[in-house]
Design a protein around this ligand. Structure first.
Ligand code: NAD
Length: 508
């Protein structure tokens, strides 16, 4: 697409098919946006941490005061069911705003560190400075949460932010802009630039100080390659193929309900959804039977009482159908009726699956639950780790020690014992992927430091000349030898005391 001139993008409501047109800025306008963000950075970074926390409070107030409006805009944009928008888009966002509002100033405050003995007239500390202009590029599946959480974190750390929301969900990008406006954020501290991949790419060329990207592995790799030309730091929150391991001693009914929620909430369009389920032989038959009958009871539709909404991005429907066909062609059995109504894809349970099938190896991003039997703990771990991804995982057992032992052996960034998905919304824990699921982490204290440049500072209170300064002498050599032996060797207690006394005298 030639974006020298302003263009328009169209977003389609997956339920009604209604089209909304959005204007995509020209190249000049994109460069001007980055310039404006840089200018506003000069004053935003000077605010003290309490003032920035105050702005977070104002954003929280606007959101909590306008829940139905926010849910309405998200559902208009995505078609997702109301509970999903409120529970998984709004709640984790408000939760993290509240956490950083309260604890952000402490997390980002000056951090005292120790100083070595031979520099004992000196103090050490770390300060966290903002980076500058942060570019947040977000996907369509949780359009509010996945753009607002990195944005809030970057703002609290003193950066200005440009958000490029997914072209599939521009209305939620507009919504974020409106929330920030109502919260009274100073001009150009937060800006939204609508458009697709080309606009994202041009924003990277304009030289932000960090790119925070959430999306697919393929796009993540492109962004990392492009950003490396200017050595722009990149954080990547990418896809997953999350395993759920259910041991014989798990609470069966709870595990069945957990599998349904993990695989089918948000119609399976979650990076941390249950994408592969491994069930131990002793309970396999009962688990499969129960999951299948419960799957058929789920309600597909819209509004407040439906469980499963539409597939938000139409391209995804083809991916899901292709994975089912590939699995069935290779010997899998579908236990539910394969049904589709417009953009609504009914949830499906598959068995007799193996790792030659796409449904067990490639991210689905749809309501499919493939289930595979295993016999031993080591077999379950081997199957779970047989993936290029390593985002989330869950392990189910009534013996928490056994589950913890399994978790230790999983090559993943996150794990939940006896529950699913919601661990990604815990504001106190860092969240990020292993292997090709990403680089870096946000949420928790790490989530503010990810948007900061740490500066290590030492302050000397010494007077006159330091003992290590010139001239070098044989005497200094002897002192250093004694120092190393005393600090890091094993002299007897008497010798140690004697050495310390002389070192104190000689080092000043
Ligand atoms: P995507 O990679 O297609 O697009 C994501 C964003 O990148 C969009 O805003 C898009 O316009 C932009 N983009 C595309 N090409 C670009 C380029 N060359 N330069 C700059 N920007 C570009 O992903 P999607 O389909 O929107 O989202 C689904 C994917 O996101 C899934 O793989 C899912 O697992 C992943 N995801 C990961 C997490 C996580 O936290 N790890 C969370 C949600 C979704």
């Amino acid at each position: 697409m030639d974006i020298d001139k302003p263009q328009a993008i169209k977003s389609v409501n997956p339920v009604t098919g209604a089209l909304t047109e959005y204007r995509v800025p020209s190249s000049d306008e994109i460069n001007a946006t980055v310039r404006d963000a840089r200018e506003s950075f000069d004053s935003w970074k000077e605010l003290d941490l309490e003032d920035r926390s105050g702005y977070l409070g104002q954003i929280r107030d606007v959101m909590v005061g306008e829940l139905d409006w926010i849910v309405g805009e998200i559902t208009e944009d995505t078609g997702k069911v109301d509970v999903e928008a409120l529970m998984s888009d709004v709640l984790p966002t408000v939760e993290i705003i509240n956490y950083y509002e309260k604890e952000g100033p402490d997390i980002l405050g000056r951090e005292k560190r120790k100083t070595p003995f031979y520099l004992r007239q000196t103090e050490s500390y770390v300060e966290y400075d903002p980076l500058g202009v942060v570019l947040v590029i977000s996907p369509w599946n949780y359009p509010l949460q996945l753009s607002m959480i990195p944005t809030i974190s970057a703002l609290m750390a003193g950066n200005t932010v440009i958000l490029k929301p997914s072209e599939v969900t521009p209305l939620t990008g507009k919504l974020s802009e409106e929330i920030m406006k109502r919260a009274g954020l100073p001009e150009n501290v937060f800006q939204v630039v609508q458009g697709g991949g080309e606009v994202g790419s041009q924003l990277i060329d304009a030289g932000p100080d960090k790119v925070f990207f959430t999306g697919s592995v393929e796009t993540g790799k492109k962004i990392a390659r492009q950003a490396s030309d200017q050595l722009i730091p990149v954080e990547l929150e990418l896809g997953g193929k999350d395993p759920m391991i259910v041991f014989d001693d798990a609470d069966l009914d709870r595990a069945v309900e957990g599998a349904l929620y993990g695989a089918f909430s948000n119609a399976g369009q979650i990076c941390v959804s249950v994408e592969r389920c491994y069930v131990q032989s002793g309970i396999y038959e009962e688990f499969v039977e129960s999951v299948t009958s419960r799957t058929m009871e789920l309600t597909v539709g819209t509004g407040r009482d439906a469980d499963i909404g539409p597939i938000i991005s139409p391209h995804q429907l083809e991916v899901i159908e292709e994975q089912v066909t590939d699995a069935v062609d290779k010997g899998a059995r579908l236990l539910t009726e394969m049904k589709r109504n417009g953009n609504f894809f009914y949830p499906q349970v598959l068995v007799d699956v193996d790792h030659s099938m796409k449904v067990m190896t490639e991210e689905t991003f749809g309501p499919l639950l493939p289930i595979k039997r295993f016999d031993s703990e080591s077999e379950a771990i081997e199957l779970a780790n047989d993936s290029r991804y390593g985002l989330n995982s869950s392990v189910w057992s009534s013996d928490v020690r056994r589950a913890e032992r399994a978790v230790r052996k999983l090559d993943v960034g996150n794990s939940f014992i006896n529950d699913v998905v919601k661990n990604s919304g815990n504001p106190y824990l860092p969240f990020g992927g292993a292997k090709q699921s990403g680089i870096g982490a946000y949420h928790g204290p790490e989530g503010l430091k990810a948007f900061s440049r740490r500066k290590s500072v030492m302050v000397s209170r010494g007077r006159g000349k330091e003992p290590n300064w010139f001239p070098y002498t044989g005497g200094l050599y002897d002192v250093l030898k004694r120092l190393i032996r005393t600090l890091f060797g094993e002299p007897g207690p008497m010798e140690k005391v004697k050495n310390y006394v002389s070192l104190f005298r000689e080092l000043g």
